[in-house]
Design a binder for this molecule. Structure first.
Ligand code: NAP
Ligand code: HSE
Length: 432
């Protein structure tokens, strides 16, 4: 019978402080579930003299990672310091020292998850990473346990709080992009360097993790096609609204037969779609399973206590496994070999905004390109552009393959009557 469980932390920042608070404040609840006290023995930080958000005995802090990963008394290591290369090396050393790991690090898990899970299993250790996707929402556990009996065919995620916050404010109040980004940084939603947020990379890492678990195949980060929100204009948002859509940065993982596509891109969703009403910094993951049908998981995707809740719940999972003596058995080898869809197999509707010369025959030349590839229009808007001899045309297509659509776009750019292709977005969520 285990008398107590000793935990070491790598990091005591936003998430680490939340972890300390939850372990302290919920000690009774933890004891009830695992039957013994949980003690934080050591915490690795960069600067031991820094002012902290939590009261912590100075003797617990160290700058030496070896104090945690080589301490024979520490059973579980919680990695909440971030980073990839150095952190990977520490976690590999810790696993070889038979330490169970809980991490919130999506960058690390998206790039090296498969390696770390394999080394963990070889050493009889758990590595749990619920907090790496959608912060406080228990989505990984829901995919792996709650929906274990189903075959998931589609996941759509709003998995980056920063971009959802920015798009919500731009959409609702017409606020300028730069202003809202600065606000998101101030509120602590954005990463220290927000490039990964606004360029879609943060969401892509999370989608690689979700798709790997949901489809039970190894999806690498480079399998995810990525486009961020930096090119979205006020006009795009206005036309989207006028046509009954809401613009969101959507991570899409779609399976037809044995083949999958995974992408992150600004996407128009019908206003009635459940993801359209996910606003501000909130996250949500819509999951479609063949048997269960539609489900949606909603909640805070970041922040100290929400993220720490996921971390400490993982800790409880590790501790329960310790009591049962079954650590290292949670990793299930992916069931399927990865098969990615070709562009000809990816079907979607599209929104296209173009500036054209306002002259006889211009529209016929444009429609000719679509007709030649059997792509028809669902909606068309045309307005003259003020103080110019140009017109603005907004088209919504019926379903087309990505291959056909990209070829049409290329031909449109070369067409003499086209002044500029202003924007193009995928439309999703109208039918499953
Ligand atoms: P943070 O506030 O920047 O905290 C990082 C902590 O790690 C700090 O305590 C820092 O020490 C320590 N640290 C960093 N590099 C170190 C090094 N080389 N050696 C020793 N200590 C080091 O980061 P965070 O926001 O808590 O995020 C932690 C992890 O959780 C990241 O992987 C992040 O992606 C993930 N995550 C965060 C959120 C969120 O809402 N913040 C949500 C989901 C996932 P000092 O305090 O001395 O500087
Ligand atoms: N920067 C991330 C976001 C934090 O905005 O969602 C949580 O991973």
């Amino acid at each position: 019978m285990v008398q107590s469980i000793s935990v070491g932390l790598l990091g005591l920042g936003t998430v680490g402080s939340g972890v300390v608070k939850i372990i302290e404040n919920h000690q009774d609840r933890l004891m009830h579930q695992v039957g013994c006290p949980v003690k934080i023995k050591k915490i690795v930080v960069k600067d031991v003299n820094k002012d902290r958000d939590v009261k912590i005995d100075a003797s617990v802090l160290t700058t030496n990672v070896d104090d945690v990963i080589n301490d024979p008394d520490i059973d579980v290591i919680i990695e909440v310091m971030g980073g990839v290369d150095e952190t990977r090396s520490h976690i590999l050393d810790a696993l070889r020292n038979k330490k169970n790991i809980v991490t919130a690090n999506k960058d690390l898990m998206a790039l090296y998850g498969s390696e770390l899970l394999t080394v963990a299993a070889q050493n009889g250790c758990d590595i749990f990473y619920e907090a790496s996707v959608a912060g406080g929402i228990p989505i990984l556990r829901s995919l792996v346990d709650g929906l274990a009996s189903d075959r998931i065919t589609k996941m759509m995620g709003i998995v980056n709080g920063t971009t959802n916050f920015i798009l919500t404010k731009m959409n609702k109040f017409g606020s300028p992009y730069d202003e809202v980004l600065a606000e998101a940084q101030q509120l602590g939603y954005a990463e220290a360097d927000p490039t990964a947020d606004v360029e879609g990379l943060d969401a892509a890492r999370k989608m690689a993790i979700l798709a790997t678990l949901g489809f039970s195949m190894n999806i690498d980060l480079e399998d995810v096609s990525v486009k961020g929100i930096t090119d979205i204009t006020e006009e795009d948002l206005q036309y989207s609204k006028q046509l009954g859509y809401t613009m969101k940065l959507v991570g899409l993982a779609n399976r037809s037969g044995d083949r999958v596509e995974v992408s992150v891109q600004p996407t128009l969703l019908p206003e009635s779609h459940p993801l359209s009403s996910v606003n501000d910094e909130y996250n949500a993951v819509y999951v479609y399973g063949e048997a269960v049908g539609e489900t949606m998981f909603y909640g805070p995707g970041a922040g100290s206590l929400p993220t720490a809740t996921a971390v400490v719940s993982d800790l409880v999972g590790v501790m329960k496994n310790m009591r049962l003596g079954i650590n290292g058995n949670s990793f299930i080898t992916p069931q399927y070999d990865k098969q990615l869809k070709a562009a000809s197999e990816i079907l979607s509707k599209y929104f296209l905004r173009i500036h054209v010369k306002d002259q006889v025959g211009a529209f016929a030349k444009i429609t000719g390109l679509f007709t030649a590839r059997d792509v028809s229009f669902e909606k068309i808007l045309q307005l003259p552009l003020k103080e110019s001899d140009l017109a603005e045309i907004v088209l919504v297509t019926h379903h087309a393959s990505l291959q056909d659509y990209e070829q049409i776009l290329q031909q449109l750019r070369d067409l003499d009557v086209i002044y500029e292709v202003k924007s193009s977005y995928r439309i999703e969520g109208e039918s499953v």
